[in-house]
Design a binder for this molecule. Sequence first.
Ligand SMILES: NC(=O)c1ccc[n+]([C@@H]2O[C@H](COP(=O)([O-])OP(=O)(O)OC[C@H]3O[C@@H](n4cnc5c(N)ncnc54)[C@H](O)[C@@H]3O)[C@@H](O)[C@H]2O)c1
Ligand SMILES: O=C(O)CC[C@@H](O)C(=O)O
Length: 527
Amino acid sequence: MSKVLVSDSIDQVGIDILSQVAQVDVKIGLPPEELVRIIPEYDALMIRSGTRVTQEIIEAADNLKIIGRAGVGVDNVDIPAATRKGIVVVNSPEGNTIAAAEHALAMMLSMSRYIPDANQSVKSGKWDRKSFVGVEVYKKTLGIVGLGKIGSHFAAAAKAMGMKLLAYDPFISQERADQIGCRLVDLDLLVQESDYITLHIPKTKETYHLFNAEVFAKMKPTARLINCARGGVIDEAALADALRTGQIAGAALDVFENEPLEADSPLRELGSKIVLTPHLGASTEEAQVNVAIDVAEQIRDVLLGLPARSAVNIPGLYPDVLEKLKPYLQLAETLGNMVGQLAGGRIDFLDVRLQGELAGTKSQAVVVASLKGLLSQALRERVNYVNASIEAKERGIRVIETRDASLMDYTGSLHLEAKGSLGTHSVTGALLGDQEIRITSVDDFPINVPPTRYMLFTLHRDVPGIIGKIGSLLGSFNVNIASMQVGRKIVRGEAVMVLSLDDPLPEGILAEIIKVSGIRDAYTVTL
Ligand SMILES: NC(=O)c1ccc[n+]([C@@H]2O[C@H](COP(=O)([O-])OP(=O)(O)OC[C@H]3O[C@@H](n4cnc5c(N)ncnc54)[C@H](O)[C@@H]3O)[C@@H](O)[C@H]2O)c1
Ligand SMILES: O=C(O)CC[C@@H](O)C(=O)O
């Protein structure tokens, strides 16, 4: 019989589902070294946000087939390590959406009316009405950072309370924002105009310390900040300073860079200016039942050899179809990710053209894989093969699918074209020897390069000396070039240069590249 380890507290309904197919051991609060020691016994691991599933634990997990996260955020799981080890990671993308949005609303209101402090005061025997004069949210401007599932639900409730809504989300279309009733603005404007700011973004490289001293300096002195998304998106030391010095009026936080919050955190010393809860966003009876059922059912299915519906690292397809299509799905994800970055964050449409033998395959999975790649910059692990199409639709991305079996320059190739905030761009790719990915054109200029982690593309006039200039410029920034190729249609005409780099491009270098005479445009792609 399979064995499942449940290492955080989950609702009994989840245990009951798992018990239909496995022996279930509930062991909460295990120290990491104990988890490393016992994990080889288990076929599945079910967690919430409390357990950190590190590379060390995954490497020791020789029998593990699936990790189930009863919640949305999988930033406590080392996904690349799990993927490398062939372990499916599943989550519950929607089970706690309402709970988290309602918690953020509760935080906004209790901060505005000093409810935690007033409650404490009455319970301590006082009847002090003067110290707790609050502010109304009615007619105030609310800035929503991250207009995804939770941000949208918060928006609907805030609108009903008479708030004016601004939103910052580089991956959401104006059309979608209009539907929700939000004015889409840049972060600077949102920060300057909002009376309340609520964060509903994932923790990524881009969002780490997105709210920092510089941002607090731009906020109104009467502004209040709510974070029920992820710790780490706020610089906590800078927030404590901003509250202490009166640069902003208040904050309400459910999540922290280190959890549990350190005993000596300056955030604990800010009296009625701050409301703190211990990561309770998902802690409602309803949400815990939802996420427990959602994830336990997926663990049960995978242990029975069936696909998972919300896998964050492996497509939810039947194994035989998957096996055949796997290399093409990888190609589609890579091209989607590339064209998404070339076209810019806010995508209007994606044209997926299946060529050669690929035109005859079950294309839906290839289209979905392209969308998964396209949305991966915005949604990271939250986009999967199940929700990629819905997420694209909600973002107002039009998807066009075409087939051309007659195009046979490679056995099968895939051409993706996307229009986004940086313009319309295209990439084509094919498989070499049925496995190895090759990029065979960019913006219809023929090339033949394997995708690499850091890439630089330039559009330029094919004139002598230009390659040397780019090489020297990158050298002066200590960026090493691993390979370089030029694609052109006619000699001395328009051309594209593709450079694979060993290092990421430092800030500001793209602007220098564009200044080089003959260069028309330059783009970076990180895979
Ligand atoms: N406190 C809790 O207990 C709790 C509960 C549930 C979810 N969460 C967290 O809340 C967050 C939002 O969850 P969701 O379900 O709404 O996710 P979602 O994926 O539906 O929405 C996230 C949104 O953030 C946007 N985004 C990504 N990068 C951005 C950036 N750099 N700037 C601005 N916007 C950006 C995306 O386009 C997307 O629309 C996640 O971090 C999740 O882990 C916390
Ligand atoms: O497990 C929890 O209680 C928190 C879940 C929440 O942070 C999430 O991302 O889903």
